[in-house]
Design a protein around this ligand. Sequence first.
Ligand code: AMP
Length: 175
Amino acid sequence: MTSSLEGRLRARIRDVPDFPRPGILFKDITPLLGDPDALREACGAMADAWRGARVTHVVAVESRGFLFGGAVAIGLGAGLVPVRKPGKLPYHCSREEYALEYGTDALEMHSDAVAAGARVVIIDDVLATGGTAAATRRLVERHGAEVVGCGFLIELGFLNGRQALGTRVESVLTY
Ligand code: AMP
């Protein structure tokens, strides 16, 4: 990625202190989403990272992963699979629980969404601790599909999510 592209995208990420809780510096992507050129360039960079990786499915994580997952899937000529919070998907689901700072949360995927032979890239907007993407990876692998890697617009490098994931990680912007 050229540094001028990185600069253009960085200029459209807004830091919002203490959202949604005190102490969190929230990376607000809405200025980027609202800029046609930045949106196109961000989605293009997220897809370009996986060219040649023979990706068959993009698995996008609710909810901000959906904003990029569709464009990345189209860019790679892959299918799109939504992973959602419990109770949102209409058909038979597999569920994976994961630890939060306080308590647990869970994610669901349709049981027939991927199978052995699928080559999956997991897409979300932000990589923080990696807990969300790791749970998604377990969900995908339980069905015999291969996780080629995880792609993000933003990686919060100081939280070491990349190490926690233990798979190929591609992020457009690192903080
Ligand atoms: P984690 O499971 O810790 O990697 O958290 C990743 C999820 O939380 C992603 O779906 C992000 O959308 C969201 N997230 C975590 N930290 C931030 C942050 N500082 N700014 C924006 N979103 C965040």
